[in-house]
Design a protein around this ligand. Sequence first.
Ligand code: ADP
Ligand code: MG
Length: 729
Amino acid sequence: MSSLRFKAAEAAVSRSLDYVGKVESLKATSIYSKNVFTIAKMNDYLSKNTYKELLQLIESGSQISRDIADHIAQAMKVWALENGASHYTHWFQPLTGTTAEKHDAFFEPDGNGNAIEKFTGDSLAQQEPDASSFPNGGIRNTFEARGYTAWDPSSPAFIFETVAGKTLCIPTVFVSYTGESLDYKTPLLKATAAIDKAAIDVVQYFDRSVSKVTASLGIEQEYFLVDLSLFNARPDLQMTGRTLFGHISAKGQQLEDHYFGAIPERVLAYMVDLENESLKLGIPLKTRHNEVAPSQFECAPMFEEINLAIDHNQLLMNVMEQVAVRHNFKVLLHEKPYSGVNGSGKHNNWSLITNTGVNLLSPGKTPKNNLMFLTFFVNTIKAVFDNAELLRASIASHSNDHRLGANEAPPAIISIFLGSQLDEILEEVESARVAKKVKNEANLWHGIPKIPQLKMDNTDRNRTSPFAFTGNKFEFRAVGSSANSASPMTVLNAIVAAQLIEFKTEVDKQIKKGTKKDLALLNVVRKYIKDSKAIRFEGNGYSDEWAVEAEARGLANNKTTPKALDVYVKEGSLALFEKLGVYSRRESEARHEILLENFYKKIQIEARVIEDVVTSQIAPACFQYQNQLIENVKGLKEMGLDGAAYSSQLNLVERISKHTNLILEQVEAMRQARKTANVIEDVREKAISYDEVVKPYFDDIRYHVNKLEKIVDDKKWPLPKLRELLFLR
Ligand code: ADP
Ligand code: MG
């Protein structure tokens, strides 16, 4: 078996420059959206009337008529066939966390022995994949397994190319036959509609010409690359996305020589290829660089409307994996593939932008604009303060648990970093001194401090904060690298929507009582600044002192997923989501169950992989080396040498015995713990048992395996070592 490791290492080294010179950066403007059925292409392929109706439909989000659907399907088919597509599929985002598709050919026998290419409005608008094989949290009862996917016209169809052909992909929602959402997109669209509406209502205080507000999102994506052969020689990476064993590499990120360093050529070739493919799919990738850990990188697109940005990120993750294999790489999107070096996140940069082009989170030039800025800024802070636990739940997963609070990523405590400038401005607005000044309406504008245009450089320096304001947007940094951003963004949109609705109620009440509008706005803003103070933290989020202080402030610190998820089914959350139409109670409960199930199943798989690799690969390698040492000792004894001549060997033999016995014992104990957990009926209890009883064995076993890795003859060690995974390419 150990030969697989060495073959892999050899392969990794010898192909190091395979791709250099074979990939060229294509001109972005000539390939951008080449494989997308864009609005501009719709204009070319649709009649004037249908085109107009479609635009209205996208704008209003209303139901599409059968007739229009047929026209659009026809146009899409023509475009897709012209571009070489043979199949079409509804493309959706079930709660498995990946994307799903079921391909159908554009083809139908015509009854006369020939075939015609066919695609109807019905096939565009709706498909019926069997929902029973996707997670549904008990929503599906046994006699109604059907679910259906329905077209989302706000996200354009695209052609996905593979070596096996081209497929027209139609972004869709996925719901049960009884109408409950079974995916990430449906609730996101609902929460986005809620915030758009709530924000428009509040913007009216400042600017009546605004008729639409759009939540925007730019997602920074971190990832690791590893040589494909080395990856394939690690069953743990293959099965779970992370290494379950491995002594930390002697050189890791201590020298900080990787961050923003020169990109290795083989990696650069991958990045260029990735950018070409992404641009063709309309994903506006703009930046690429090395990250902190060895073999860790990041890419980021230009921000877009939130639903599109998330579809694009899901698609980007597909493309990253596809292109990686071409370059004999495997891309690791797991939050913590290696111990001893940083994990990966997915920063979600979020803002609200009006149809008049104003970013509501951008400080203005005039006092009036600043009051508008403060309104949205402070309402977001208040929403995060009131619902910090929901935000924490929205990013909870088994893989992200390894990263949050691991002294390299934001802690599980949600706090907000504003930067000293804005922090002081909020202090000033809140302070009595200002309050006195604005008693008189004429002095109102003196009550609002001048807010200079902020330099991003000044605001982005606290990397330890899970939720930071960075100049003209909030950046939610605690999101895991493998996550579907729809989960946190649904929550963020929903809580800010609910907050804006409440804000408007309070302001209107004051206006009704005779307070002038601007003063009423400022009064409520000031109250919110006071109320939400505890969530603001400018210091080091990684420090132990912060955990202590946060507790004193009453902030939640839900360290593990099963408990962090509790808030999803608390009365306040159920009511909030129900009121906004984001999740019905049944949907909230189902989702909670699915997330818990997903959580314990991941640990279950890891435990099985550990058991398998320890008993069938690691222990045998240790015994082999031990035998060799024993032979050696025997030989020395036979030669008549005394104990001093082989004391080191004997010592090694003993150490190998000790650690090997321990890992085998622990694996057995872990199996028993798993058995106990498996019979627990209640899914939350089961998840907690897996987390608190089964999982702790992982670290213990890893510790002893790593000791053995240090002792056993390198030639006999079966698994590629972390230094090889991180540095061979
Ligand atoms: P960083 O310094 O964190 O790398 P960047 O300025 O490069 O930040 O932006 C990171 C991401 O934020 C990009 O995807 C970018 O398009 C996005 N972004 C910039 N402005 C906004 C905005 N107003 N709303 C949402 N996302 C934005
Ligand atoms: Mg960032």
